[in-house]
Design a protein around this ligand. Structure first.
Ligand SMILES: Nc1ncnc2c1ncn2[C@@H]1O[C@H](COP(=O)(O)OP(=O)(O)O)[C@@H](O)[C@H]1O
Ligand SMILES: [Mg+2]
Length: 340
């Protein structure tokens, strides 16, 4: 594979759900635009954070990338090959090289199946090792995630939440993936356990040169973990760039609002979800123009008109410096605002 080729290349991805209560005769069906034209790339071994308020489409984006939810339009290319729901071979290849780690460590495991068997199942489905070698590989994977192999016979309810999430990581690693999407994978755990799981994930990510898409509403964790970050608002990426750049000099008013809500970002501290003023966003009733304009302190009349602004390089011609979807170049010193 060409070294400069991204591992994952997502173009203009669009996911719509039919809104609840739709289907009333003679009414137009209503849709939720959960993901509304997202493009991004991930290089081999890279960490990308996806942040934004609850409901902005983070989980749907992650699931659509792995073809766990159908997308309406757009394209997902993995290792250079296009993945579409109709192409069974491409899906199988994707399944064999990617894995997802979910928020609820108990919910993602079958309560009746011993955890060693749950890991063995993944090894068998993906034919990773011969039948004889399965028990040894299960033991190896348990050790890799910091569990003792003698836990293999336990069922999920006999383990703690942190231990279950380690099993979730072991199942993901059993695939020998090149890309893992972790969706709020520590949000359900106690704070002290969160740090252990995050450290484990980071260590494995580095050691195995895994690409990691880390979905979280927790800005502190993303800053700690990810080299690049995408900020989502109402199904779109409004800012994308190197984490340090985005966090120290945010360009989009929404990113600024997110960060201003947590003024003292200490990478080692876990932060509460930010509070923003204005109307809560509804992906069912998208505003005209820029989707953030009803809540934006810098909005001008032009922001309510036409199409949503698309991502553009913050330094013209240099995409590595970051991209922002805003019509204006806001001066950097407006970041935290002067208001009391
Ligand atoms: N299966 C579904 N059917 C209908 N609407 C959904 C479904 N999944 C998610 N949504 C809606 O799509 C939007 C994005 O949801 P989600 O991707 O879960 O956001 P996030 O992970 O950022 O909290 C929300 O408005 C949510 O209610
Ligand atoms: Mg989610």
């Amino acid at each position: 594979m060409n070294a400069s080729l991204p591992l994952l290349d997502v173009k203009d991805l669009m996911v719509r759900f039919r809104a609840a209560g739709a289907g009333i005769p003679f009414t137009r069906p209503r849709y939720i635009n959960a993901v509304n034209g997202v493009s991004l790339t991930v290089a081999p071994g890279e960490t990308l954070g996806i942040v934004g308020e609850s409901g902005c489409g983070k989980s749907t984006l992650g699931r659509a990338i792995l073809n766990l939810v159908e997308f309406e339009s757009g394209a997902v290319r993995f290792e250079g090959g296009e993945v579409s729901a109709r192409d069974k071979a491409a899906i199988a290849r994707l399944r064999g090289e990617t894995a997802m780690i979910f928020q609820d460590p108990y919910g993602s495991l079958n309560p009746r199946i011993p955890i060693g068997e749950a890991i063995a199942e993944v090894l068998r489905v993906h034919r990773k090792v011969g039948a004889d070698a399965v028990p040894a590989r299960v033991a190896e994977l348990l050790r890799l995630v910091g569990l003792t192999p003698d836990l293999a016979g336990r069922r999920p309810h006999q383990l703690s939440g942190g231990q279950c999430q380690r099993v979730g990581i072991a199942r993901a690693l059993a695939v020998e993936p090149r890309l893992i999407i972790a969706d709020e994978c520590v949000a359900a755990l106690d704070v002290s356990i969160q740090a252990q799981i995050l450290n484990l994930l980071m260590e494995l990510q580095r050691r195995m040169n895994l690409a990691l898409i880390f979905i979280s509403h927790d800005l502190g964790v993303v800053r700690h973990l990810c080299r690049r970050v995408a900020v989502m608002y109402l199904g779109r990426i409004v800012e994308l760039g190197p984490t340090e750049q985005v966090f120290s000099a945010p360009r989009h008013p929404y990113t600024r609002a997110l960060l201003a809500a947590v003024p003292d970002i200490d990478p080692d501290r876990l932060l509460a979800p930010p509070q923003l003023g204005g109307e809560p966003p509804s992906p069912q009733d998208l505003p005209s123009g820029c989707p953030f304009h009803p809540r934006c302190p810098h909005a001008q009349t032009a922001c309510a008109r036409g199409n949503a602004p698309t991502l553009r390089a913050t330094i013209p011609g240099d995409l590595r410096a970051g991209e922002v979807a805003c019509h204006f170049d806001l001066p950097p010193d407006t970041q935290q605002g002067e208001d009391p």
